[in-house]
Ligand binder design. Structure first.
Ligand SMILES: [Zn+2]
Ligand SMILES: [Zn+2]
Length: 648
């Protein structure tokens, strides 16, 4: 008999060689029907793997991330089989599951695959899936594995196998298809009910541009047709909300090949929006006791050697800047932290003067491969809403709560109300991986958990997810399309205070190391605005949006009155503009609707006589004719409902 421990802590005895699916059956038939993947003693196994020792077992369904991974990986085998049947002589390389679906990299015998071929591949793959073929793992010797692929003339698989150790190599069979694979499959192909090939792209073998360029086939699959339909609708909506598209339409930012890839240029409307966001945070930060600092865009190489960033970013980042002086090297700053440590170091502190909170909208530069660049979310130069808090270990508790308050204020004011938090702590089995004393780690982890509890966050604690230099808290924000983004990391750091030899005088008159907290509620202005664009579809909160109102004169003769309205709006601090083009009012309304301006103010004969404006909301709601004062009240009421004052 073997003892199996389940995630709820219960221990059950089973005959030796019981499989995960049989364990599921012993719990309930319903569970057994839904289990598609399993982990035994933290290693992925097949649902049909005989378990021959005591251990802990986790069973996964489609609703688990692990379940989806097994599902999509298994589908990649089916699609590979379909490709092999449709393109005889194709060479298969690797086919992993990814965040949304899977891909398979192949070398085609000739020609290419394009969108018009997708339905044929999908049809073939579904035919295979419907055969309900079991996935069967088998061990092979290295010699057998090599022979199998040498016979096919597949140098890619041969190269993969050369790097594997004899005795660890496995093949997976289903139907007539065999693939080199480590395992982690769903029970059979029949569970896959819907398959969609999404796109093809070029991909170098092993990511190295000196190697052959392969064809990467991206796809996704689902256990129900309906789920695929929903997913495709979501993709369609995501396309409409793509920040790169909206950014262009709303004239917020642009890129120039001349300036360089991954270096956004902010247009006047975008720059003004950024400024409003910055001012919003600066105002709250001031109340929260932060002090603004300013640091340069470059620093001596030695600074980053001290901080350890050179080791991390040096080789693969922008190369050093040389000066006329021999041997002198500067780097574009990849992080603001080293500069802030040196600001802390300019004078001695007593524990009574802590915490110090230095904030800066600091622009940093990191080299990203051109293939990795994506709109504003992956760029080579970006501005962090950075701050570093230097405090005593005893102050961590309070500081963490304050930072959470600020983060919640930011999320709330910008309409992100669907989020959870993740607290990343040490892996207690490998204490040697972490720097700083055990006592401090315990204190910090407890401080974060207490703060998260006290602030009523919906959070999970993940063991082993902490960085080597300290535990952290991340907000995981769901956007309007249900996609999850990591935002607003709060990171404890025991490393930099050590490297920069930071200290303060304690109540015992001895020198102590302060704890450092890195935090950035927006993360970076670029990425945050990208997320905000996609979350709101370009309909920014009223306090932030570029123009709050557009005045539409019915005809030329109302232009003077329109000017007068604009003046009084400006006096009331409402951002507005006039569409004075010689176009019909119908066309102006349609275009104003497209440009997402929240309010249209139509001015015609009656308005001019009554000294009113006819207000129409974005989306079509007609609010009738009111005067400018009433309109101002309306705008302010709506703003105040989302934008509260921080800590009144
Ligand atoms: Zn596999
Ligand atoms: Zn930092």
């Amino acid at each position: 008999m073997i003892k199996i421990t389940l995630p709820d802590g219960s221990v059950k005895e089973f005959e030796k060689d019981t499989t995960p699916i049989q364990v599921a059956k012993s719990i309930s038939e319903g569970l057994a029907r839904n289990v598609i993947s399993a982990k035994f003693n933290n290693t992925t196994v097949e649902t049909t793997t005989p378990l021959d020792t005591d251990g802990s077992l986790v069973l996964y369904t489609w609703n688990d991330k692990e379940g989806k991974t097994a599902f999509w990986h298994s589908t990649s085998h089916i699609v590979a089989q379909a490709i092999e049947e449709l393109y005889p002589g194709v060479k298969l390389t690797i086919g992993p599951a990814i965040e949304n679906g899977f891909y398979y990299d192949v070398e085609l015998p000739s020609g290419s695959i394009s969108e018009k071929d997708f339905p044929t591949i999908e049809k073939k793959a579904l035919e295979i899936a419907r055969g309900k073929h079991d996935y069967k793992m088998r061990s092979v010797t290295k010699a057998e594995a090599l022979t199998f692929y040498k016979d096919q003339g597949n140098e890619y698989k041969v190269e993969l196998i050369e790097n594997l150790e004899d005795g660890t190599i496995t093949f997976c069979d289903h139907d007539t298809f065999t693939d080199l694979c480590r395992g982690g499959h769903i029970p059979n192909t029949g569970i896959v009910k819907a398959i969609k090939i999404l796109s093809v792209a070029g991909a170098y073998w092993r990511g190295n541009e000196n190697n052959t360029q392969l064809t990467r086939i991206y796809g996704i699959s689902f256990p129900k047709q309906k789920e695929l339909t929903q997913y495709l609708e979501l993709l369609e909506e995501a396309k409409k909300r793509d920040h790169r598209k909206l950014g262009k339409e709303l004239e917020l930012f642009t890129f120039s090949q001349k300036v360089g890839q991954g270096l956004p240029l902010w247009l006047p409307k975008g720059a003004a929006l950024r400024e409003r966001l910055e001012n919003f945070l600066k105002k709250a930060q001031k109340k929260a006791g932060y002090e603004m600092v300013v640091t340069p865009h470059i620093g001596q190489k030695e600074l980053y050697v001290t901080s350890g960033h050179y080791e991390k970013y040096g080789e693969d980042s922008f190369q050093p800047i040389h000066t006329p002086k021999k041997g002198e090297e500067f780097l574009l700053k990849p992080m603001n932290c080293p500069h802030h440590c040196e600001i802390y170091n300019t004078k001695p502190y007593s524990y009574k003067e802590l915490p110090k909170r230095f904030a800066e909208f600091g622009t940093v530069y990191r080299y990203e491969q051109s293939g990795e660049l994506h709109g504003l979310t992956r760029v080579r130069g970006f501005t962090q809403d950075d701050a570093h808090i230097f405090c005593t270990p005893d102050q961590l508790d309070e500081e963490f709560k304050n930072v959470i308050d600020l983060s919640l204020y930011v999320l709330g004011s910008l309409g992100f109300d669907n989020f959870t938090a993740q607290v990343s702590v040490r892996d207690l089995d490998t204490p040697e991986k972490y720097i700083g004393s055990v006592e401090n780690w315990e204190k910090a982890e407890q401080a974060i958990i207490n703060a998260a509890k006290e602030k009523g966050l919906d959070f999970v604690v993940e063991g082993g997810e902490a960085a080597f230099y300290g535990p952290k808290l991340d907000f995981m924000v769901k956007d309007a399309l249900g996609r999850q983004w990591q935002l607003g990391t709060i990171q404890v750091d025991y490393n930099l205070p050590e490297r920069f030899d930071l200290n303060y005088k304690g109540s015992d008159n001895e020198l102590h190391r302060p704890v450092m907290i890195h935090r950035a509620p927006f993360g970076s202005m670029e990425r945050f605005i990208a997320l905000l664009l996609e979350h709101t579809g370009g309909n920014f909160p009223l306090w932030l949006t570029p123009e709050q109102a557009i005045i539409l004169p019915v005809s030329e003769k109302h232009e003077k009155y329109a000017e007068k309205v604009l003046k009084s709006l400006e006096n009331n601090e409402i951002r507005a503009l006039i569409d004075g083009r010689n176009e019909t009012i119908g066309k102006k309304i349609r275009e104003a609707e497209m440009s997402k301006v929240p309010f249209m103010l139509i001015v015609g004969d009656n308005d001019e006589v009554a000294n009113t404006i006819s207000v129409r909301k974005h989306g079509g709601e007609d609010l009738g004719a009111i005067d400018v004062t009433m309109f101002t009240d309306l705008v302010n009421t709506e703003i105040n409902s989302t934008l509260k004052t921080f800590k009144e």
